[in-house]
Design a protein. Structure first.
Length: 310
């Protein structure tokens, strides 16, 4: 279940050695940042005393330590020299740096993927649990290809057919997280309005809802519907995703999607604030059995409409 405990204080923990284990770039970046943070903490140095070493601000160094910005060779090497790291520890950090720079599968879709979304895809692949709330559309990890195609076509009316299909393929590739045998636990909370918004028409919606029903029967996937009558006091006007990790880096992160950008939050107080929002949403959502019944009712309604249209 969703952990509602208070945010933990920062502690200096051993860095998990992942050199030679082909860590995903996003995971490697987080582990690299944790290794650098640990080295700084061991020397009892505040961020403000170290930031000049990488010719940047406290915010820049903080983002590097939290794995929230791509590591640069010069910055990492300068910090290693400043901390006087050598031997096996330096080798470990150098390995993480190289893994953080490796191209991931989604790089082939770089022309149709904004940078803020690339990072989310990488984080999803390394998460142990994903909790999300969506207020307008089915979450990307749970969409069918026809549903995605309709969303992209409507959102980018001037896009070429090739561009549309590349975005669809990207979304389907992204769903390998859900299809894999070691997928993260997923709780997806959907505003009831999503069931009433006929993206792509009745036939597309009927298949999309059937897909959600099938997914909701799988172990570790919990799809909940937030009824209209319960949403007014708890539902934010934007999607939220909370990711939990077990790889030895920062243990959790919140992703808040905006119109044409996104925020990544990992500070304890910020994460706790959004954790409480998600807990309130979960408490107001229909139970699993009732949520599935709402999905089935909407699916049957769209299936009947599709038959009538034909």
């Amino acid at each position: 279940m969703f952990d509602g405990s208070a945010a933990r204080e920062e502690t200096v923990a051993p860095v998990i050695e992942v050199v030679g284990q082909n860590a995903r770039p996003e995971i490697a970046a987080r582990l690299l940042g944790e290794a650098l943070r640990q080295a700084r903490k061991e020397r009892h140095l505040p961020l403000r005393d170290v930031a000049p070493v990488i010719r940047g601000s406290v915010s820049k160094l903080s983002r590097l330590e939290r794995g929230e910005s791509p590591p640069k060779d010069r910055d990492v090497h300068d910090l290693m020299a400043f901390y006087q790291l050598s031997g096996e520890r330096a080798h470990e950090i150098e390995g993480l740096l190289q893994q953080a720079k490796d191209n991931a599968w989604w790089q082939q879709y770089g022309d149709v993927t904004p940078n803020w979304l690339k990072r989310l895809i990488g984080l999803e692949s390394g998460a142990t649990r994903i909790y999300c709330y969506e207020n307008h559309v089915v979450p990307g990890l749970l969409q069918t290809s026809d549903y995605t195609r309709a969303l992209v076509s409507n959102g980018l009316p001037g896009a070429s057919r090739e561009d549309v299909e590349r975005r669809v393929r990207l979304r389907l590739e992204r769903q390998r997280v859900v299809r894999g045998s070691h997928r993260p636990d997923i709780i997806a909370m959907l505003d009831e309005g999503i069931l009433l918004r006929p993206v792509g028409g009745p036939a597309v919606m009927s298949r999309q809802l059937s897909h959600l029903i099938e997914l909701s029967c799988r172990e570790g996937i919990n799809i909940r519907i937030l009824p209209f009558e319960c949403s007014a006091s708890v539902a934010p006007s934007y999607p939220i995703t909370h990711l939990t990790f077990g790889d030895g880096g920062p243990s959790e992160l919140v992703y808040v999607e905006l119109i044409d950008s996104a925020m990544y939050l990992s500070r304890g107080a910020e994460v706790e604030q959004y954790r409480q929002v998600l807990l309130n949403l979960l408490g107001a959502s229909a139970r699993m059995k009732d949520s599935r019944a709402r999905l089935e009712e909407a699916r049957d309604r769209y299936a009947a409409q599709a038959t009538t249209v034909v």
